[in-house]
Every structure is written in structure tokens, then in C-alpha cells.
Design a protein around this ligand. Sequence first.
Ligand code: PGA
Length: 240
Amino acid sequence: MLIAGNWKMYKWPSETAAFCGGLWERLAGTSGVDVVICPPYTSLAEAVRPFDRTDVAVYAQNVHWAEEGAFTGEISTRMLLDLGVDGSLVGHSERRQHFGESDETVARRTVAALEAGLRVIACVGESEEEREAGQTELVLRVQVETLADAVGAHEHLAVAYEPVWAIGTGKTATPEQAQEAHAFIRSLLDVPLLYGGSVKPENADELLAQPDVDGALVGGASLDVESFAAICEAAARIRS
Ligand code: PGA
């Protein structure tokens, strides 16, 4: 089980060390779950330090495909590795929606990150209109096949299924909807599959209990040590 916390554009560097210390203390004794946190770039160094030589991994929220170059505002694989960062999210729906990320750029970022030795959680998911129009599988097929063609079932790749209508809305996919989408994704690309979209301590158990759900990508509930730790504990319970 893999539980990743996506902080999005929250938490200053000065808040990060206290959070990491608190999380580490709170998770002492929890086993059977891989924990990842994805702070904003400005907090990565603050997060890497306390988790150095622990099992908690630190990922960025995005990464560019070039090692360096004239790409204002972007961050390269080399920069992340130099800082001691373990991996990166790629293709989050907020990047796709607001910053023009396409399946092609998601694939380029993923290939470069994996080749550089970073781990990747690549995000896919349909919008509300696409689901209502009965296009969920079509959309997932295009997104996942682009990744599968680019990198295949790479051992450092995980995919997060995040239905866009469930992100930050409090509307969670039902465990059945999550399972159905995950089974479909797995038929295209067999890598660890995380569910994301309003995951909270109250719904984590039943989502994580689904046979094709291998973990969760948690947004809002990852900003609080107590709720994030409770989700990590739910994952540990299920696999023990
Ligand atoms: P949420 O976000 O848990 O706040 O819905 C999930 C995500 O965007 O990764």
C-alpha cells in the first residue's frame, strides 16, 4: 500500500519541518505502508531533511523533461535528485486543467523522470461531463495508453486514478466506481494504482479495501498530521 499526500500550493517552508516531525512521531510503529509527501518546491528541502534515512519519501508535484535549459518556471530531474527528492507527481488534473498539460507532455515528463531514477505517480481521470457522457473508459484509455506506450509497466511508476469531479469537492467515487475504474486501468497498464479524490479517514477503509486499489493520493486531508496519519493507518490495517 502506498499513501501519498499532495499538499498542492499549501504550507510555507517554516511549517514543513514541524509537520514532518509530527508525522514521523505519529507513524512510529506503523508498518506495511509506504508513505510519500509531495510538498511545493519551496518546501522540498525542509521535508527531505527530517525524512532522511526514514521510510517516508518526498516527491515533487511536477518535473520537467530536460536536465536543464531555457524553461523558465520549470524544475528538472537533476535539480530534484540533487536535493535528495525521491520522485514526482506528474499530470495532476490541476496541471492539465489550468496549465495546459497534455497526455504528450505528461508522457515526456514521466519518461525523463523514470530514466533519471526518480519514482513517478502519474495522474489520470475523467471530468464530470465526460463521466455523464459515458466517456469514462474512453478518456482513461487514451490517458493510460499514452503512458503505457511511453514507459510500460516500469517498476518505479504508479498511476493515480483521480476523477476530476471528486477532487476537492467532498464528492468521493463510491468504492464500486473506484474498483471499476482501477480494474479497467490495470487491464491497460499493470502498475500500483492509487485512488484520489476527497479521500478522508472516514472513507479510506472501504476505498482501500477494493482489490485493485493499492493506495491513495490524498489532497486536503494530507495537510493535517492527524488525518493523514489516520489514512496511513487504515492502509496498514488492510494489508496486515
Ligand atoms: P483531495 O485532492 O483529496 O483534496 O480531493 C486529491 C488530489 O488532488 O490529489
